[in-house]
Design a protein around this ligand. Structure first.
Ligand SMILES: [Zn+2]
Length: 314
């Protein structure tokens, strides 16, 4: 039997088949159809049938289907309340998918929660019961596993660690508040800090790497320049690590998890980022001499959404 996982993003919809050993055995991607959600559900059905056919299987061989979206889901697990990148507002996504896959259990969830669930089954959370995943991308998503299960909040809205408060009177956020964690700990934050820094220090290797075009700066360019020893990039990197470590220490004080996992595009900086954060976090902790949560990199990378979606039915 197969589990189907669907990761609906603003640019494409990724679809995967997981076999009985929970291995991702086939994968397809279709461009996100900027039409109706009904039309998208039909396109998903066609793509799933094609994937199954390639493996001489049919819908009768499917145990469950899950889909994740970058947005909030209502308490009953039926409706996408808001997913700005998809322009989904009050979309009854579970029912629309169910209509395309009659007889198969269908589930929907927030994508960061899905990624955390995937890490629980197959990744950095294996062997521990309580852990937090931070996806450091364009925004900052968070997922919490509590006592071996995905924690979706008391009101079922999911956790919004990216919009926890970090800096008094800080940067305006897309959510309407100021100073959110996301404004200081995402890839977008690194880019903003780097642009401010190169405006003061145009001699920086950051600007050289983008041929003088500050609009082309991304997180990788900044971290690469920092790794190469550029002082301006190192200042941005240290500032970023400081903010991220403050956010992580708050999570540790609040939840006392066994592990905090860093995922998303920024985490591709690997040991360079991990070592710096591991060194910085204890500065902010209450019990400096006591063991605290391990800080690790996510293991699943870009497939985490598909795998987590497929796990929703497990
Ligand atoms: Zn916010």
């Amino acid at each position: 039997m197969y589990q189907i996982g669907i990761d609906i993003g603003g640019t494409n919809v990724k679809i995967g088949l997981l076999d009985e050993t929970l291995e991702l055995t086939a994968e397809a991607s279709i461009p996100f159809p900027h039409t109706t959600a009904v039309d998208m559900a039909k396109k998903i059905r066609a793509a799933v049938l094609a994937l199954l056919e390639e493996r001489n299987a049919s819908l009768s061989g499917v145990e469950s289907l899950g889909a994740v979206v970058p947005g909030s889901i209502d308490a009953s697990g039926e409706t996408v309340l808001d997913a700005h990148n998809l322009d989904f507002h009050d979309v009854p996504l579970r029912r629309l998918l169910q209509e395309q896959f009659p007889g198969i259990p269908v589930y929907i969830a927030n994508d960061a929660n899905g990624a955390a669930l995937a890490e629980l089954y197959k990744g950095a959370f294996v062997g521990c019961k309580t852990g937090v995943l931070l996806t450091l991308g364009t925004g900052l998503g968070g997922g919490i596993n509590l006592n071996g299960k995905m924690f979706n909040g008391g009101m079922n809205h999911g956790v919004e660690l990216g919009h926890a408060y970090l800096v008094d009177g800080g940067e305006p956020c897309t959510c309407g508040n100021h100073g959110c964690v996301e404004r200081y700990c995402s890839a977008t934050a690194i880019i903003r800090m780097a642009k401010e820094a190169v405006a003061q220090h145009p001699e920086s290797a950051i600007l050289t790497a983008v041929n003088g075009d500050a609009s082309a700066i991304n997180a990788k360019v900044v971290f690469d320049a920092a790794k190469a020893g550029d002082e301006v990039a190192l200042t941005v990197f240290r500032e970023y690590v400081s903010y991220l470590s403050q956010a992580i220490s708050s999570i540790m004080q609040f939840l006392d998890p066994e592990v905090v996992v860093l995922g998303g595009g920024v985490s591709k900086a690997g040991a360079f980022l991990l070592d710096a954060v591991r060194a910085e976090v204890p500065k902010y902790l209450l019990f400096k001499m006591m063991p605290h949560a391990r800080i690790e990199l996510a293991k699943l990378g870009p497939d985490a959404g598909i795998i987590g979606a497929a796990m929703l039915g497990k």
